[in-house]
Design a protein around this ligand. Sequence first.
Ligand code: CLF
Ligand code: SF4
Length: 501
Amino acid sequence: MALKVIGPGAGAPAAGGCASSGCGGSSDALAHLPEHIRAKVHNHPCYSEEAHHHYARMHVAVAPACNIQCHYCNRKYDCANESRPGVVSEVLTPDQAVKKVMAVAANIPQMTVLGIAGPGDPLANPGRTLDTFRQLSEKAPDIKLCVSTNGLALPETVDELCAHNIDHVTITINCVDPDVGVKIYPWIFWKGRRVKGRKGVAILIEQQQKGLEMLVARGVLVKVNSVLIPGVNDEHLKEVSRVVKAKGAFLHNVMPLIAEPEHGTFYGVMGQRGPTHEELQALQDACAGDMNMMRHCRQCRADAVGMLGEDRGHEFTLDKIETMEIDYGQAMERRRQVHAAIEANREAQRKKSGETFISPASIKRTRKETRPVLMAVATTGGGVINQHFGHAREFLIYEAGAADVRFIGVRKVDLYCAGGDSCGDAQTALAKTIRTLSGCEAVLCSKIGFEPWGQLEAAGIAPNGEHAMEPIEEAVAALYQELAAAGRLEQQAPVAERMRA
Ligand code: CLF
Ligand code: SF4
């Protein structure tokens, strides 16, 4: 039997499932989905992990108001249900937003999805949100439309969303029990008045569940976002996952709480901590038994532009857009060509993956035990290892085992190599990066400098630039074999684990 490369992505089974196989089968992570669902997700960078290596999304910040209060939100910042706090978006009118979307679509042809995710709640601003969608469904029919909401106003908006061809909706559901919810939501604004405490939370939960059921009944793909708040809803999220899955949600995205005192949120000021990488992964794994889990979310801002993990918003400020002449007919033709090239490249990668036979037999001959190994990967997209270690702002984390390779999550880091006179800062950033990669035993990148090489090795993380430009999962599997052949898998535990112990 071959070493399976578990194709990442929405709809891919949890570890142990074989969505893609090195044993000659299809390596398309979406292959098991019905054709009409596959058509909806194959180029949506959030609904398919595989797609996020190739396609981009953008948000337009047209929705400033909100109808609830979350303890992790400060209205100064974007809606933290779909964003990380600490960034603020400039609010656009629907006309400005449409112009911006068409400019981005023409200049970043791999942008396939327009989402509205804030900076408040999109459905608490129905006029602005729906006007933007209505115009775009007419003027740019090749762009998928997507919305993210807290769900309070969802049931009353479902029909209009469907009328504008919005077939991806995210609902943030942090609880299905008002007794848990009162620790997260102090009040909601409902029918012209503020409803506090348990009563308000019960209304919110009822509306979220009703909205979910209505969307599923209409064939809309629903993703559920949940903010993991240790000690508040961590255990409860398993029940949330079970309930929303039973009602037909397509995907569950458990996001870590980000709470810092300087954000001025209730949780930040009260010292509520966010989860560790290990806690987040453990909960995602626990929920995965019931549900397809999203693990590649970047908690992007309400005006994000580009591939997940990058932000090209500065290229499309209002003053720059004003000067752009867009012929959208021509742009659509170019977009079609670019998408065809991307699909050809994906198909070639799948074929290569299907042809690569990685036998664990060689591992078995050399090992006393084959334990799973975490590896960090530096990539700018395209599904290959193509980024310099010092230029990475995030690392994708994969777990390689004797039987499979699976995607685990994303860890963000400060830029280590900024050039110029920033060497002192670089040392601090490097030390932080190495701490962020704790638990990993190897890092794969296109290149790496002498200094970080030494420090990574000293921390028990093997730097590796030998697999530059190779498909990620293939490279991870190959490095696992190399580590096994070098006797590294016979060690009892990586340095990071020993240090924790
Ligand atoms: Fe935007 Fe959200 Fe649509 Fe994606 S983001 S509205 S589903 S197009 Fe994606 Fe960004 Fe995570 Fe959101 S990575 S924060 S899940
Ligand atoms: Fe803030 Fe979003 Fe919650 Fe509204 S729904 S309070 S904008 S995090």
